[in-house]
Design a protein around this ligand. Structure first.
Ligand SMILES: [Zn+2]
Length: 251
């Protein structure tokens, strides 16, 4: 009888410990990880929804109408690029001008993608980077990540993800002229295999990174010129059906 009671007590303690562990993990995820914090933005009082999928911090001091217009313009630019946008239901855009909240968001112009419980993209942009080029760049990541399966997404090199996003970033610093000038018409180009992974692509100084963006944009731009939108959509289909990136992209 006593044994049975002890077993029950142990079981109860285990259940309570498990519940506590789950609760602590959830608190840690939503409060202390950038992805978790972004995922919880729609439920936080420090943010407010201004239009479908667009949130700003409650004390945002910029012009909200301008911010909404910019996101719509960026979406239109990307719609022309892809034909249609599938990411509008899977993407949350967070615009923020509060440094404390930005540090919790973990980025001031980037896109993170979560896969659980369903795929969702979270774009965080500070007022410093709030312009059509950066929004269109981030929305291109969101669209690509939405269209690819998790497995296909894990198989693409970073230079392709960034190079594709840069197609919708029209800033002079990433133009064909800038590429010609900085690479001496391709003589100083970087091998694509040297910027396959995030740790390779985002390494070094701001200038190093900018040079890789420039080169990734040039590479994908030449590919798009050759294959057009139709070829791009076919490439994504091939990746989703299990073909390797090298085989689908370079054939
Ligand atoms: Zn990017």
């Amino acid at each position: 009888m006593k044994m049975k009671l002890n077993k029950k007590k142990i079981l109860l303690c285990c259940i309570i410990a498990l519940i506590l562990l789950i609760l602590l993990s959830a608190v840690y995820y939503f409060q202390f990880t950038a992805l978790g914090y972004r995922a919880s933005v729609p439920y936080r009082s420090s943010f407010k929804k201004v239009t479908d999928n667009v949130y700003v911090n409650t004390n945002y001091s910029g012009n909200i109408e301008d911010a909404v217009r910019l996101t719509k313009d960026a979406l239109e630019r990307d719609r022309a690029f892809f034909g249609e946008m599938e990411c509008t239901n899977t993407t949350v855009i967070i615009i923020c001008d509060d440094d404390k909240l930005l540090s919790k968001l973990g980025g001031d112009h980037d896109t993170t993608t979560s896969f659980f419980p369903s795929k969702k993209n979270y774009i965080s942009v500070s007022d410093e980077y709030l312009n059509i080029d950066i929004l269109a760049h981030e929305l291109t990541h969101a669209e690509l990540h939405t269209r690819l399966t998790k497995k296909a997404l894990k198989g693409i090199p970073t230079w392709f993800d960034e190079g594709l996003a840069a197609q919708n970033d029209y800033r002079e610093q990433y133009s064909a002229e800038a590429w010609n000038e900085q690479t001496e018409n391709g003589k100083k180009a970087i091998a694509l295999t040297d910027m396959d992974t995030p740790s390779e692509f985002y390494a070094g100084t701001k200038e190093d990174k900018r040079f890789r963006y420039l080169h990734a944009k040039h590479e994908v731009s030449e590919w798009i010129d050759l294959h057009q939108q139709k070829g791009l959509l076919e490439l994504l289909d091939k990746l989703n059906s299990g073909e390797t990136f090298d085989s689908a992209y370079f054939s």
